[in-house]
Design a protein around this ligand. Structure first.
Ligand SMILES: [Zn+2]
Ligand SMILES: [Zn+2]
Length: 251
């Protein structure tokens, strides 16, 4: 992977007290993408083409809706919608033809798995339209670059391994990504040390969080109601985020 390496945001997120520094970076990328797609990209023809081709997933449409710039969202959604309508013309014809063919079949030919195959294909095409998201794609690329930066820093920045060892591990999604990417960019003792440290802090912190979640449930026992919350007050949110797949619950 040869590209510009921007270590500053990674240093910054590793210096913050959080359960997954990569999620922190991801949330920042996501927020700047929401701004971008509601603002600058509206006027940018090449971006419009990309948006029209891929659209957005439910979560990212909601984020843009909640951001409040309804005109920006309307302009972008309008061209995306027009493009979608034209993509669906052929599909609608295919569905009508499939239904006519199916309706004309004698009953004994409509048994088993081949029943409604043509319509099912048309349905798959419609689903395909709803399953791509330009923002998810962008975020994935950015987070992958940040993960690469973490590995790069682990190898090249003298003070980073110590800071990494004090961190609280990662959410399971980013933990898996780190394990997968590590052998591609690290080798020998550095690889071993990275994975040893990562698995160590991951397991230790999952145990800690599990304890915090347990104390959260125990606080509902009237005998504990006057005891301090400790770190458990927001344990549900932190644990769900730690275990979740791109679930970012805010307060
Ligand atoms: Zn994460
Ligand atoms: Zn998305």
């Amino acid at each position: 992977m040869k590209q510009h390496i921007d270590t500053a945001p990674v240093w910054e997120s590793y210096r913050e007290d959080c359960e997954c520094p990569l999620c922190l970076l991801q949330a920042r990328v996501e927020a700047s993408n929401v701004d971008y797609f509601l603002g600058e990209s509206v006027m940018e023809p090449s971006q419009r083409v990309e948006v029209n081709k891929k659209g957005f997933c439910a979560a990212h449409f909601k984020m843009m809706y909640d951001a409040g710039n309804r005109l920006g969202l309307a302009l972008m959604t309008h061209t995306y919608m027009k493009e979608t309508i034209s993509a669906l013309q052929g599909n609608a014809e295919k569905a009508r033809a499939a239904a006519a063919a199916e309706a004309g079949k004698p009953i004994f030919k409509r048994l088993g798995g081949s029943k409604g195959v043509g319509l099912s294909e048309a349905a798959q095409e419609v689903k395909g339209i709803t399953q791509t998201c330009l923002m998810c794609e962008r975020i994935r690329e950015n987070v992958e670059r940040y993960m690469y930066t973490v590995l790069y820093m682990y190898k090249h920045e003298l003070e980073f391994p110590a800071l990494f060892a004090q961190s609280k591990g990662m959410c399971l999604e980013h933990y898996a990504q780190a394990l997968e990417m590590a052998p591609k960019h690290l080798s020998g003792d550095t690889l071993k040390k990275f994975v040893d440290t990562l698995t160590d802090i991951e397991m230790k912190n999952l145990e800690r969080m599990s304890g915090e979640l347990e104390w959260f449930t125990n606080k509902f026992d009237y005998r504990n109601q006057d005891k301090p919350w400790g770190n458990s007050r927001d344990a549900v949110k932190r644990c769900v985020n730690k275990l979740g797949h791109q679930v970012i619950l805010e307060d």
